[in-house]
Design a protein around this ligand. Structure first.
Ligand SMILES: [Zn+2]
Length: 119
């Protein structure tokens, strides 16, 4: 079911609504007038940047050069694998109890003093 963006010419309200193709043009009223469709530019997604697959292709025994989403999809299907990890997550800062870092540092210094360079 396509999504259409419609707008009210009176107050300027814009919203997205779902309509079947046969319902196209049956826009609701707002401010006493029928809303109108707002034409949106087509949504085009750029293809992926070429890359070498990190796993061996079972059909060729080599790492494949992936050049398109379709090729990647086919590669994943043939090799029973799925690409994950494209998302970038912020690094989690691990914090310990107050003073832990200096306690560890002084413990290491004491061990070095006691055992010399063997430590
Ligand atoms: Zn309105």
């Amino acid at each position: 079911m396509p999504t259409y963006t419609i707008a009210c010419d009176i107050c300027g309200l814009e919203k997205d609504i779902f309509r079947t193709v046969s319902e196209h043009g049956t826009w609701p009223k707002h401010c006493g007038t029928k809303m109108r469709q707002v034409l949106q530019p087509p949504q085009i997604m750029a293809d992926i940047q070429p890359f070498r697959a990190p796993v061996i292709d079972i059909t060729t025994g080599k790492r494949a050069d992936i050049r398109s989403r379709n090729q990647l999809k086919e590669f994943e299907r043939q090799n029973h694998c799925h690409q994950i990890g494209d998302d970038v997550r912020p690094r989690k800062t691990i914090t310990g109890p107050e003073g832990l870092k200096s306690d560890l540092h002084s413990a290491v210094q004491q061990a070095k003093a006691k055992h010399g360079r063997r430590f």
